[in-house]
Design a protein around this ligand. Structure first.
Ligand code: NDP
Length: 273
């Protein structure tokens, strides 16, 4: 049976084994998918050992996405732009290919939920690894403007600079947002603030006339950011579980070369939260 794993630290909470088990059942693929908690200094060794033991590929999550990217011999355009990888493919010739499926999974979830994208104004809060992975896919939908706002403003500025050739993108500070005159149609929280029960430092007026909010974090209850947005009258606010299932499905399709159907998997995973 072909073997896959997800590497992370910590990782025992991961939903990936469950999701990949459901994807395998749905597509009638005979695979084994588990998790490995690699030592924080032992990622490369753990990956190579897994491959030696017959592994076909792996997912990679925090804090190893940068190392996974560096380990690979071949990198897709998405991985090169994100400078990170969440999916490794062990090729028959002994090389390793890196891909990042976070952006594709995220876009799929936005589209499944009819989020406003093309010709719309988008605000992306956060400038970490998750933000890096979704900027190019967001710009590919041709928004009117993609603004990035981050607690550490310089990181937002660097990202805006780096992706400027792909569309209309700028960096904004919280002070800029206070003076906002044109509303955003879609606001995305890609910070890890929700995981700590905190709100990112952005002014409440960003929600004026905004109809769609996405928080990449997820839990069994609406996140603090989603609750805040709804209190301000935002009609649609969704969490990142669909993105999680979407990126898993993208990895699975790359490894197994089969099509998957996400909605029933998402329903099943939601019930386990
Ligand atoms: P990183 O550590 O790379 O980046 C964290 C980001 O959050 C930075 O922009 C950081 O700002 C900001 N931040 C952290 N704490 C706060 C706070 N208290 N207030 C304001 N900003 C804060 O993490 P990732 O980008 O990898 O992950 C971010 C989030 O996205 C997490 O919640 C993660 O679970 C989620 N995620 C979800 C996925 C999914 O499939 N649903 C996939 C990947 C990530 P600064 O630069 O100033 O430090």
């Amino acid at each position: 049976m072909d073997k896959y794993v997800v590497f992370g630290n910590p990782i025992s909470h991961s939903k990936s084994p469950l999701i990949h088990g459901l994807l395998a059942e749905q597509t009638d693929q005979k695979i084994e998918y588990t998790y490995i908690e690699a030592d924080v200094n032992g990622f490369t060794k753990a990956v190579l050992e897994f491959r030696k033991n017959g592994g076909k590929g792996c997912n990679v999550t925090s804090p190893f996405k940068d190392e996974a990217y560096n380990l690979a011999d071949h990198k897709t355009e998405g991985a090169l732009l994100a400078e990170a990888a969440n999916t490794l493919i062990f090729n028959d010739d002994g090389t390793i290919s890196a891909e990042t499926t976070d952006g594709a999974g995220f876009l799929l979830d936005l589209k499944n939920n009819n989020a406003p994208l093309t010709n719309k104004r988008i605000l992306l809060i956060g400038a970490g690894g998750a933000a890096r992975g979704v900027i190019k896919p967001l710009l590919d939908t041709k928004p009117e403007l993609l603004s990035i706002c981050n607690r550490t403003v310089s990181k937002a500025e660097q990202l805006a600079q780096r992706f400027t050739e792909f569309g209309n993108i700028n960096a904004v500070s919280a002070a800029d947002l206070e003076k906002l005159t044109q509303p955003y149609d879609l606001i995305i929280n890609s910070t890890s603030a929700s995981l700590h029960g905190e709100l990112p430092p952005v002014p409440v007026n960003i929600f004026n006339k905004c109809e769609f909010v996405y928080d990449m974090a997820y839990s069994n209850e609406p996140t603090i950011f989603i609750n805040w947005a709804k209190e301000q009258g935002v009609k649609q606010a969704i969490d990142g579980l669909g993105m999680l299932v979407g990126q898993a499905a993208e990895s699975f399709e790359i490894w197994r070369n089969v099509k998957t159907n996400i909605p029933p998997i998402l329903d099943a995973v939601r019930k386990t939260l």
